[in-house]
Ligand binder design. Structure first.
Ligand SMILES: Cc1ncc(COP(=O)(O)O)c(C=O)c1O
Length: 274
């Protein structure tokens, strides 16, 4: 809803919105609802973005929008290069920080608009938009998805505020999450190299485990569940056909023993099948 709000308020016919191919569905939906023309650049590719920026010079307003941390691949957008390009071309940059909020310490580069959710690291519900005061005033007064719906419940706001306090005062949680992510990514690469080809070099808490077919993803996910590990099978339409995977998501409450449990269950499963 936050993405829909920003895009429908800022853009309209005659404008252009430029998205990473792997941006979250809500960015694509917001872009379509805005009636701006939608352009897509290759995933995490500043070169491809630059080509699109050159091609769209004649549109009256342009907005580039990217996930900060991609929800199904767990990699990071090259924000330094992207924001350098958007500045040079005089285009707004919006980042969808959903999976990065409370997880990443810093974002390189500069975005005019930061949108995020309270639903992931903050464990609550709802979304937010940060930006220049004029933009926020404009959204509050004009954004239909914000105005014509009941506001967040006090419980959701209270939970999110409490979570923000924890994020501020307990940085050791974030540090532990980075350590766990690096450990899981490293072990998977070592033990299951063919399934690990899409694990990003950055240690993030979203770790994809490649299976290829949907059947295989469901099979491995099912057997992990029996072993006590919940790892959902990600299939079309969330990812393209043939690019199915399991998505492991870590939290700071996980332990090295949990990772060992997962690795043991995977070994057992893959041996049983082959
Ligand atoms: C990148 C991204 N943006 C937006 C959303 C939507 O967040 P919510 O589920 O809080 O509406 C999600 C997750 O579902 C997401 O991964």
């Amino acid at each position: 809803m936050a993405n829909l709000a920003v895009m429908t308020v800022l853009l309209g016919e005659g404008d252009a919105v430029i998205l990473d191919r792997l941006d979250h569905a809500s960015l694509f939906d917001g872009a379509k609802a805005s009636r701006a023309r939608v352009f897509v650049y290759d995933h995490a590719s500043p070169e491809s973005l630059e080509k699109v920026l050159k091609r769209t010079r004649n549109y009256s307003k342009r907005l580039v929008a990217t996930d900060t941390l991609f929800s199904m691949d767990g990699d990071l957008a090259p924000l330094t290069q992207i924001s350098e390009l958007t500045r040079r071309h005089g285009v707004w940059l919006m980042i969808d920080d959903a999976h990065a909020t409370g997880v990443l310490e810093e974002r390189p580069g500069q975005a005019e608009i930061v949108m995020g959710t309270l639903s992931k690291a903050l464990g609550s519900q709802g979304g937010f938009v940060c930006g220049p005061k004029a933009l926020i005033d404009f959204l509050v007064n004009r954004a239909r998805p914000f105005i014509y719906t009941t506001a967040l419940s006090p419980a959701a706001c209270g939970a999110a505020l409490a979570a923000l306090d924890i994020i501020r005062t307990e940085p050791e949680r974030r540090k532990k999450l980075v350590e766990l992510s690096a450990r899981l990514g490293g072990e998977l690469r070592r033990q299951f190299p063919t399934n690990s080809k899409f694990i990003a070099p950055d240690a993030t808490p979203i770790v994809p485990f490649w299976t290829g077919s949907a059947e295989r993803a469901l099979e491995v996910s099912g057997s992990l569940q029996v072993a006590g590990v919940f790892a959902p099978a990600i299939r079309p339409p969330t990812v393209p056909k043939g690019e199915c995977r399991l998505r492991f998501s870590l939290t700071s409450n996980h332990t090295p023993e949990d990772i060992n449990l997962l690795l043991g269950a995977l070994t057992h499963n893959l041996e049983a099948v082959s």
